[in-house]
Structure formats: C-alpha cells, structure tokens
Design a protein around this ligand. Structure first.
Ligand code: ADP
Length: 172
C-alpha cells in the first residue's frame, strides 16, 4: 500500500466490446493531458462479451499503435486495485449524458471510499460521439441493412469494422 502514485499517469478502463471512435477520442485527449495513459480492458466474469479479452487487446493495440504514451492491458478485479498496481493516481472516464453522470457519480464515491488517494477525472464526450456506445454498434452490426450498415465506419475505427461484421457472419 506504500507505493507512490504518479499524478502524471492516468488509467482509462472499460469493456471496449468493441472499441468505438468515442473511446478513441477520450484516449487521444487523455494521452495529450497526461504523460502516460494506461488503458485497462476489464474482464468481468458476469458479462458475456462479443469479443474475447485477447481479441479486444489485439484490436486496441492495432488501432492505438501510434500513441506512444499509451499502453493497453487486460485486468480482473477492482478498478482501484488495477490503478494502484499501475502506479497511477488518476482514473479517467468519459461522460456522454446526464444518465452517465449519475452512474459515474455513484461509482466515483465508491472508488473514493475504497482508495481515497485515487481521483477520477471526467472528459465530456465530443458532440460527434455523444450517441455512440458499444451496444449501439453491436445492434447496427447485427441488424442494419444497406446504408445504415455502411454507417458503422463513422462510429468505429476501420480496423474494427471487419472483425465486427465477421462476428455476425455478415459482409460489408
Ligand atoms: P463500461 O463497461 O465501463 O461501460 P465502456 O467500454 O462502455 O465500458 O466505456 C468505457 C468508458 O468510456 C466509460 O467511461 C464510458 O462512459 C466512456 N465512453 C463510452 N462511450 C463513449 C463515447 N462515445 N464518448 C465518450 N466516452 C465514452
């Protein structure tokens, strides 16, 4: 527990199932503020993800390879414990809507109770991506026809489109 945590190092956690352009936007903005940004892909045994943790890790490493101060890891267990293990003092979160803020507020208080040394910083989603979520992306990939399906590339990085459509055995 006696480790010194760095204020110049932030951790951004999520399921990233799959990574969207909304996530990428937060990652790039976070990486421009902090010297170092660790992205933590949460492995939650209660969730049944579309992409395995290894698939998410390799897709994200592929998309973010040019971000030299960004590293990506999978983790199990409590977020605050992962952040402390990374030696970071800041948890970075993205917020899109008032509903997001309400959920985040409760989670922030819980995290603070668990580890008061770790603070949470929120970045507001860019207006372009406010409506983008991994859930919406999966619905489009599974159900959309024609033009709507071709809109996928406006919401996810190009590297994600192929693997996503493959999961639902669809073609572009
Ligand atoms: P979780 O399983 O924690 O909801 P997500 O992968 O959906 O994980 O999201 C991870 C983080 O990214 C959360 O802070 C979430 O609010 C934020 N986020 C998700 N989508 C967007 C977006 N379109 N723009 C900005 N932030 C986003």
């Amino acid at each position: 527990m006696a480790t010194t945590l760095s204020s110049h190092h932030a951790v951004y956690v999520g399921s990233f199932d799959p990574l969207t352009l909304g996530h990428v936007d937060i990652i790039k903005r976070g990486a421009a503020i902090f010297d170092r940004l660790t992205v933590g892909i949460g492995i939650n045994p209660d969730k049944n993800p579309l992409f395995t943790a290894d698939e998410r890790l390799s897709l994200m490493r592929n998309v973010l390879q040019k971000q030299t101060n960004v590293e990506i890891e999978c983790f199990e267990g409590l977020t605050v414990e992962f952040i402390r293990h990374c030696g970071a003092r800041v948890l970075l979160r993205g917020v899109r809507t008032l509903t997001d803020i309400e959920t985040e507020f409760t989670m922030t208080l819980a995290n603070r109770a668990l580890d008061p040394e770790i603070d949470t910083l929120f970045l507001m989603a860019s207006e372009k991506y406010t409506h983008v979520s991994s859930t919406l992306i999966k619905q489009i990939a599974q159900l959309a026809q024609g033009t709507a399906l071709s809109k996928l590339k406006e919401f996810v990085p190009p590297e994600v489109v192929g693997p996503l459509l493959q999961k639902y055995e669809r073609t572009r």
